[in-house]
Design a protein around this ligand. Structure first.
Ligand code: IPM
Ligand code: MG
Length: 366
């Protein structure tokens, strides 16, 4: 029986609510497909601060290191907003986790079912068949981690802050390799997004992507686009992209834009794959919903569990090689949602169901 050994970091506010439901779905498919589950829960984010004085406690890191993957909920919220920026749950938990496990490849599917086009702020005629694109974001380089990163007082008394955008060719090559794999699994189309008209890092980015694709995947249709144009094109005609790959900060911004045009954050999952392999020889990864902790609806039992459930599917696919089970979960979510089960965020005034009922519908579809 394949063993699914993973860490459960539910986090704050709706994090634990949707995690409970995602685990319920996983238990169901595990029984159907003969998988053994072995998971350990650990505190992260605000829960880490409250219970251990740290957003990413050492004990939590240990639990993650002993696992083959991390199933992550979401962290942060008003309760910890008064802390200094560096101690905020988002920054003090997520970023160190990414760095610690070298989770350099962030895969964010932008998926909007045709039946849900009303949920998108884009006009229906721009997306008659919904949206189906993928953002590949470099996650451990660029402005987020480059040194120097500091705020100093200058001799003249003025204050100056600096972040450093830095990329090595090897970092660009490995994210390009991830993008190639993603493009090959779809339409053999890849768009690389940069700012090569201004930034040195982007000049290296474009050259490296071009050379790497020419050498390793000449069959791909590779295009390049400046990031400002890409932001505009995403709003104009998102499906002109199939897979796009970009550096850390550009990907942060474009993936939020992608999320909003896809209607609800409650439907989008993501995978952050590491450079290292797990005990099965597959990428160690962190899997999380795209939305945040949604403090305004926490505790009401109305949060959309789909993104967390779809994150389970991504975990089974990438870190455990269980493509069939992953695809079954994705199909069940689609069936439940397009069949009329809608949480409030995707109901558009029609009757809505709560977190548990939504999950029940997905389990029934399985
Ligand atoms: C994301 C988030 C994070 C990021 C924040 C919470 C640090 O916005 O995953 O996109 O900027 O990467
Ligand atoms: Mg973001």
């Amino acid at each position: 029986m394949p063993k699914i050994k993973f860490a459960v970091l539910a986090g704050d506010y709706i994090g634990p609510e949707v995690m409970t439901e995602a685990l319920r779905v996983l238990q169901h498919v595990a029984q159907q497909d003969g998988l053994t589950l072995e998971y350990t829960a650990a505190d992260v984010g605000g829960a880490g601060i409250d219970n251990h004085g740290q957003a990413l406690p050492e004990s939590t890191l240990k639990v993650c290191a002993a696992a083959d993957a991390i199933l992550f909920g979401s962290v942060g919220g008003p309760k910890w907003e008064k802390l200094p920026p560096k101690e905020q749950p988002e920054r003090a938990a997520l970023l160190p986790l990414r760095k610690h496990f070298t989770l350099f490849a962030n895969i964010r599917p932008g998926l909007l079912y045709r039946e849900l086009t009303d949920a998108s702020p884009l006009k229906n005629e721009r997306i008659p068949n919904g949206i189906d694109i993928v953002c590949i974001r470099e996650l451990t380089g660029g402005l987020y981690f480059g040194k120097p990163k500091e705020t100093i007082t200058l001799p003249d008394g003025d204050v100056q802050a600096v972040d450093t955008m830095v990329y090595r060719r090897s970092e660009i090559e490995r994210i390009t390799a991830t993008a190639i794999t993603a493009a090959r699994a779809r339409k053999n189309k890849l768009c690389s997004v940069d700012k090569a008209n201004v930034l040195e890092t982007s000049v290296l980015w474009r050259k490296t992507v071009t050379e790497y694709v020419a050498k390793h995947a000449p069959e791909l249709a590779l295009t390049h686009m400046y990031v400002d144009n890409a932001a505009m094109q995403l709003a104009r005609d998102p499906n002109q992209f199939d897979v796009f790959v970009t550096e850390n900060m550009f990907g942060d911004i474009l993936s939020d834009e992608m999320a909003v045009i896809c209607g609800s954050l409650g439907m989008l999952s993501s995978a952050s794959l590491g450079a290292g392999k797990n005990s099965l020889g597959l990428p160690f990864g962190l899997y999380e919903p795209a939305g945040g902790t949604a403090p305004d609806i926490a505790g009401k039992g109305i949060a959309n569990p789909c993104a967390q459930i779809l994150s389970v599917a991504l975990m089974l696919r990438y870190s455990f090689g269980l493509e069939k089970t992953a695809a079954r979960i994705e199909a069940a979510v689609k069936k439940a949602v397009t069949g009329g089960n809608r949480t409030g965020d995707i109901a558009f005034g029609k009757p809505s169901v709560g977190t548990k009922a939504m999950t029940d519908a997905i389990i029934a579809a399985l």
